[in-house]
Design a protein around this ligand. Structure first.
Ligand code: IPM
Ligand code: MG
Length: 359
């Protein structure tokens, strides 16, 4: 039986995980697919209960699981802690401990939501791009890092570093993904300025020669940010480093109307993965039944596809989400005139009903 570790985390994490639990139950009924669940602590709640944002036990449970489903971490309560105790450290620690180097962040606009985007409909209608972000290297983890004093003045520093093998590994994920989609891969760097990007591009060019079936292009990150809002549909798959991917994926998220719709998968070399909505813990609306659970349910779809070898269940979840949008149901973040505003629980119930109806 597949083992799943559930990590609700902070803020709206509990509410959206409750909707995920309902969907797992429905999947068991409809598909006869059973999972075994464990729950663990991560983030601020883990700090409160154990004194660290990532208890060893959570890492152990994650290593034994086939997949991890994470809610969100962080909140104002923990904002003033020392950096190594901050909730975000828990997330970074998990990525590192599980070797989750490949972060897949699709930005897909459900046609029903075209009007919810802040961009003109014709710019975003039909949008379907995939950002692949390197997740365990680059400036997020590079050494040396820290703060020191020179001549009585403070200096803060980090190191952006990529080894050849890390670049090859993430680009391979990019070529593979592009091959299964539109066959185009755009590698994003800052090779006009950064040495680390110079190597990135050199390696990308070499790999492009070995993968002639995929159309490879290169773009500087500043231009990529501009192109994402100017003409996002020019992209199929984008592959980039940790920091650039962090920024570009938020930018791409907004094209789809709401970050509340976006799922993500973080995979390691063994194919195990951690799945989480791209949005954060939204402490301002926690506990008010306003959170959009769809990013979490769509993250489950990615989990079934990438870690549980059940693409059919992944498809069924996505179809159920789409049919709920067809019914006109919207949480506040995707609400537009003429649609029906619902809360977290009602949205989750509707997805469950749609899945059961189709099954
Ligand atoms: C993300 C988030 C994280 C990151 C934070 C919460 C550490 O912004 O997953 O994009 O910077 O990677
Ligand atoms: Mg981010």
């Amino acid at each position: 039986m597949s083992k799943i570790l559930v990590l609700p985390g902070d803020g709206i994490g509990n509410e959206i995980m409750a909707e995920a639990a309902k969907l797992f139950t429905a999947i068991e009924q409809v598909f006869g697919f059973q999972c075994e669940f464990e729950r663990g602590l991560i983030g601020g709640i883990a700090v409160d209960e154990t004194g660290t944002p990532l208890p060893d036990q959570t890492v152990e449970l994650a290593k034994q699981a086939d997949a991890v489903l994470l809610g969100a971490v962080g909140g104002p309560k923990w904002d003033n802690l020392e950096r190594h105790l901050r909730p975000e450290r828990g997330l970074l620690g998990m990525r590192s401990a599980l070797g989750l180097f490949a972060n897949l962040r699709p930005a897909i606009l459900f046609p029903q939501l075209a009007a919810a985007s802040t961009l003109k409909e014709e710019i975003v209608a039909g949008l379907d791009i995939l950002i692949i972000r390197e997740l365990t290297g680059g400036i997020y983890f590079g050494e040396p890092r820290g703060e020191r004093k020179e001549n009585g003045k403070r200096i803060g520093f980090n190191t952006m570093v990529y080894g050849e093998d890390e670049i090859v590994r993430i680009l391979e994920a990019g070529f593979e993904a592009a091959r299964k989609r539109g066959g185009r891969l755009c590698s994003v760097d800052k090779a006009n300025v950064l040495d680390v990007s110079g190597l990135w591009r050199e390696v990308a060019i070499e790999m492009g020669e070995k993968n002639p079936d995929v159309e490879l292009s290169h773009m500087y990150v500043d231009n990529a940010a501009m192109q994402l809002v100017r003409a996002p549909k020019q992209f199929d798959v984008m592959v980039t480093g940790n920091l650039f991917g962090d920024i570009l994926s938020d930018c791409a998220a907004m094209l789809t109307g709401s970050i509340g719709m976006l799922p993500s998968a973080s995979l390691n070399e063994a194919g195990a993965g951690m799945y989480e909505p791209v949005h954060g813990s939204a402490p301002d609306i926690a506990g008010t039944d306003q959170a959009n659970p769809l990013a979490t349910l769509l993250s489950m779809a990615m989990m079934f596809r990438h870690s549980l070898s059940r693409a059919d269940i992944g498809d069924a979840i996505e179809t159920a989400v789409s049919s709920v949008l067809d019914q006109g149901l919207r949480t506040g973040d995707i609400f537009t005139d003429g649609t029906q505003k619902v809360g977290t629980v009602q949205m989750g119930d509707a997805v469950v009903a749609a899945l059961q109806g189709a099954g």
